[in-house]
Design a protein around this ligand. Structure first.
Ligand code: HEC
Ligand code: HEC
Length: 242
């Protein structure tokens, strides 16, 4: 948004920018040097998705290949409950890797792996997985219908009697996530979703901003956790809308 006439941001069309006279009579070159310096200081080194792809395939010292657990295309492993990473928001993935590395998020598998990666590698891996195709209802494989009623209702409407908002209110239409901070839930192995909800209830996952997910999970019964986890694995299957 162009807030004011002297806003220098690129959001402001040049016609609305005030004429720039940083140094009266001081010439334009001084101004250019200042801008160049500011850009150099502020621009983080760009993440490299190709380096991320190599990490996924080959791993790094102390970190086995990501695809061994997260699948060749980042699709996760339903049977083992390993999460899908493909198409998740880059900032969300990076935050999780930073949280595993600092021990803020616990996981016997992921903590040592995230620690073995450098800051740069964590960024490359997040960039790579974010660039892979996200789950979509159209592309979802045919699956046995998920239980219609309860899971679908919680995901799309919540349960206002007990102050439980719809999952999709925060996680996006069809649960496909909202960048940068709300991950996709649709297409996640149900064992993974169930384990995360239980971890919030038990207090063993506590890295969510402002405790948003803790307050959601704490309001859920075991039956609700099971139903919504099953539904989210493939909302494109039966019982899509209650
Ligand atoms: C030995 C198996 C294994 C390997 C190898 C592995 N992961 Fe994981 N990863 C897991 C498990 C298990 C979880 C879920 C942890 C939990 O229960 O909270 C996970 C979770 C994650 C998450 C969080 C996902 C989410 O939705 O919150 C990210 C990001 C991640 N892994 C990235 C990577 C990257 C990048 C690599 C390769 C450098 C990698 N993983 C290698 C097992 C593995
Ligand atoms: C008020 C907003 C909000 C609502 C409503 C909400 N969530 Fe979340 N959820 C979040 C945020 C924020 C995160 C990311 C936490 C983090 O950064 O670690 C998250 C993360 C998750 C995760 C972890 C995903 C992963 O890949 O590890 C699961 C599972 C989840 N939510 C399930 C649900 C379910 C099921 C519901 C509905 C019953 C729901 N959420 C409703 C805000 C919300």
């Amino acid at each position: 948004m162009c807030l004011q006439a002297d806003d220098m941001s690129t959001n402001c069309p040049p016609s609305r920018r005030a004429p720039v006279r940083p140094f009266q009579g001081g010439g334009r070159s001084a101004w250019r040097v200042l801008i160049a310096a500011a850009l150099l200081l502020s621009a983080p080194a760009r993440a490299d998705p190709r380096a991320g792809a190599a990490l996924a395939r080959q791993g790094a010292t102390g970190a086995p290949a990501c695809m061994a657990c997260h699948g060749a295309r980042g699709e996760g492993q339903a049977a083992a409950g390993f999460p899908r990473l493909a198409g998740q928001p880059q900032a969300y993935l990076l935050k999780q890797l930073e949280d595993f590395a600092s021990g803020q998020r616990k996981s016997p598998q992921m903590e040592p792996i995230a620690r073995a990666l450098g800051t740069r590698q964590r960024r490359d891996a997040a960039e790579y997985y974010a660039s892979l195709p996200a789950w979509s209802a159209e592309a979802a494989p045919a699956a046995p219908p998920s239980p219609a009623g309860l899971g679908a209702r919680l995901a799309t409407r919540g349960n206002w009697d007990k102050g439980l908002p719809a999952c999709f209110a925060c996680h996006g239409r069809d649960g496909t996530g909202i960048t940068p901070h709300f991950p996709a839930l649709s297409g996640q192995p149900s064992a993974y979703t169930r384990a995360q909800l239980k971890a919030w209830q038990a207090g063993t996952r506590g890295n969510d901003p402002q405790g948003l997910m803790k307050s959601v999970a704490d309001r859920m019964t075991d039956a609700e956790v099971d139903a919504v986890s099953l539904y989210l694995e493939n909302p494109a299957s039966g019982g899509r809308r209650p």
